[in-house]
Design a protein around this ligand. Sequence first.
Ligand SMILES: *Cc1c(COP(=O)(O)O)cnc(C)c1O
Length: 379
Amino acid sequence: MLPYGRQSIDEADIAAVCEVLRGDWLTTGPAVARFERELAAWTGGVPCVSVTSGTAALHVAYAAAGIGAGDEVVTSPLTFVATAATAVLLGAKVVFADVEPGTGTLDPGAAAAAVTARTRAITAVDYAGHPADYDELRRVADGCGALLVGDAAHSIGAAYRGRAVGSVCDLTTFSFFPTKTVTTAEGGAVAVRDAELFRRAAMFRNHGLVRDQALQRDPEVGGWHQEVHAFGLNYRLPDVLCALGISQLRRLPAFMARRAELVARYTKLLGGVPGLTLPVQRDHVTPSWHLYPVRIHDGRRREVYDRMRAAGIGVQVNYIPAYWHPVFEDLGYRRGLCPEAEAYYSEQLSLPLFPDLTDGDQDRVVECLAGILSRRSAP
Ligand SMILES: *Cc1c(COP(=O)(O)O)cnc(C)c1O
């Protein structure tokens, strides 16, 4: 089965991991800070805290922002459930706002209508690798005193009006799962602009442990002494995986270029095919394409999905609206809440997109999809 996404691992990646395995530090060693420094070169210099997954990054971001019971987080439903689940786990109420039908990113008008005096964060998702409309969202966030959070699991390397993703929001989260543009197997990071929020993010990632004597309540106890002032978790990304991340970041320009080439090729080859809407790109962004999301018309998405899978092409659907998950249904969320996101989901299909996808494989995907759509479905 041709997958919809997969990692690209070369000999340099393997050598980088082996070097750490032969060394002294499997975790909490020097590769962690090195990875975080190299990541910051991609976030416009905004410092980063590495963590064990994109989900952990969201949990850390919300925890650092102090989000808890009584707070509201406004976000898009067209995302992986973790964007919302991590806020709920901290006791917040998630308020879903609808997406722009073109890009599938959070609609600033819908976000503006969803905020209240209790809104503590607005979390946009750079769906498919296309940055959300951050200047408009910033106006909404500033208007209600909320933090702007970017779930950039799809968009590392992208830019919004010439500014790197990671430098635009107060907190920006990344995922390094194998299907994402850069991988550490499992892994993630959060870029944090404010120094105090950064300190809290780094603490939460490491049990909340205070080792700096200057900050301890009982600094005279002894050299072994450490204190917890606020609860945290162990979300530390090991050196073994940070080494892979460092090596992968060196390849990010080539990954982005090949993905952009494949996206342009899909758009050219699928341009004349009926029954299909292709992804749009706004003029003011430079995407870092993670997905190639098409919309299949006439209620044929299920049929196209099944037939492409049967032909050995592992298309995917991204995403079921987050509040359709039974866990949100049980909390009282109802279908119909965000009609644009629901319409998008009902038609969406992600075609294979990853750097090692060959032109020949892509031609086979296009041929298969065009062949299905050019035949009418059975009545
Ligand atoms: C992948 C992803 C996550 C979660 O990242 P993990 O590393 O899988 O935990 C969160 N949000 C979005 C939009 C994602 O695509």
